[in-house]
Design a protein around this ligand. Structure first.
Ligand code: PHE
Length: 406
């Protein structure tokens, strides 16, 4: 059982059948890595802010974008999903993907959760930085808490006409149709102007971070809250890497939020991903390290400094396999196992890989085999230490998930 009431950032929430936040997850709320001077995520945040301040200046040389980097991570289901037109039955709402505080509140799964509210406050150009929470797999690039930056830029027909140097009609009226290129409410001209400013801004940002010579490409994608929508992919050592999602904000979102006379572009990106590439950080768990061997390599640096992280030494991995039968009733969520293992293994658990998925031909019972890789970031683990943790994970899974270890 969960306690009847949960205290998070000085507010109380009643728990219910949706509650699945854990003390370990909640302990991340206190770290505030984005605002820790000289932390790699703080350096990257400041680089992005500097880029926007330079790129978008008002008449007096003043910054146009406002920055929000301290919005508390507990948001309502309305903020995280409904306000962004995410369908009621969308998979991203499920308990196996999110950390719910209760039926009404969750730890934000993206910083886009604040978009409608900030538009409602009258803001037209803003960046939001924050910690976000998603139940996911365990490996070198995934961690249940990570950080995102989101931006929104709104334009009135007058502003867009100034940009174009000619009168631009933004809204189509009732006869407008949605096509792959635009929303029903918007004109093609206005959409194309917004699209080109959005893409130029993001290519400029990618070049400011990774250099003028990067290779990039745009991929058409789908988000419930933008149309059209794209992903920017950048070429890194032989691979195309997705670095951000973006698009033209759905007119209904702006209308409901109180800005019906504007058209907007928005994007969201994951900071760890970028910081790992930018600073050569090999493992996402390192961002949470309190070890000076990690932190000292960034302390005292300026956002514009070139930094290459050098691992002090690499400690050996240990792995143990576990095979188990799934519960007879068939209810087993892999994310539940990943999370339970992470709760017990902590940051020592480096990776969980599915090695085998077998269904018995006669009985129909299904069995999974996982390889659990353990590695301490700061010391060598002995096999005995690993065995104790591994056994604790198997015992807890047997007790709470109804599996039977083979
Ligand atoms: N919220 C999206 C994500 O987490 C990113 C995004 C933000 C896409 C804004 C479009 C516009 O993947």
């Amino acid at each position: 059982g969960h306690p009847a009431s949960l205290k998070i950032s000085n507010r109380s929430y009643l728990s219910d059948d949706f509650t699945n936040v854990t003390p370990k997850i909640l302990s991340h709320l206190e770290r505030n890595l984005l605002n820790e001077e000289g932390h790699p995520l703080n350096l990257l945040k400041r680089r992005i802010v500097d880029f926007f301040y330079n790129q978008f200046k008002g008449h007096m040389g003043n910054p146009v974008f406002s920055i929000y980097d301290r919005l508390p991570p507990v948001v309502s289901v309305q903020q995280n999903f409904d306000s962004l037109l995410i369908p009621k039955d969308h998979v991203s709402r499920s308990k196996s993907d999110c950390y719910y505080v209760n039926r009404e509140h969750l730890l934000r799964a993206h910083t886009t959760a604040h978009q409608a509210e900030l538009v409602g406050m009258g803001l037209d150009n803003f960046l939001v930085f924050g910690d976000v929470y998603r139940r996911d797999e365990v490996d070198r690039t995934h961690y249940p808490v990570f950080h995102q930056a989101d931006a929104l830029r709104l334009r009135t027909p007058g502003q867009l006409s100034n940009l174009a140097g000619d009168k631009v009609t933004v809204f189509e009226g009732r006869s407008g149709k949605e096509t792959p290129e635009k929303q029903a409410e918007h004109s093609m001209d206005a959409t194309k102007l917004m699209e080109s400013e959005l893409k130029a801004t993001l290519v400029g940002l990618a070049q400011a971070l990774f250099g003028k010579d990067i290779r990039y490409r745009w991929v058409d994608v789908y988000f419930p809250f933008t149309h059209p929508s794209w992903e920017l992919e950048v070429h890194f050592n032989g691979d195309w890497l997705e670095v951000l999602g973006c698009g033209i904000t759905r007119h209904d979102i702006l209308k409901s939020a109180g800005a019906p006379g504007t058209i907007g572009w928005a994007f969201g990106l994951g900071l760890e991903r970028l910081a790992m590439l930018l600073y050569d950080i090999p493992d996402i768990r390192l961002f949470w390290s309190k070890d000076t061997g990690f932190l000292s390599q960034f302390k005292g640096k300026a956002p514009s400094d070139a930094i290459r992280y050098r691992p002090l030494s690499v400690y050996p991995q240990c792995y143990n396999d576990v095979s188990f039968w799934l519960p007879q009733d068939g209810i087993f969520q892999p994310n539940d196992f990943h999370e339970l293992a992470r709760e017990i293994g902590g940051d020592i658990l480096e990776q969980i890989e599915l090695k085998d998925d077998f269904t018995h031909p006669k009985t129909g019972r299904r069995s999974l085999c996982y390889r659990m890789t353990y590695r301490h970031l700061e010391k060598t683990l002995t096999q005995e230490e690993v065995n104790i943790i591994h056994k604790a994970i198997c015992d807890k899974a047997t007790e709470t998930l109804g599996i039977v270890v083979r």
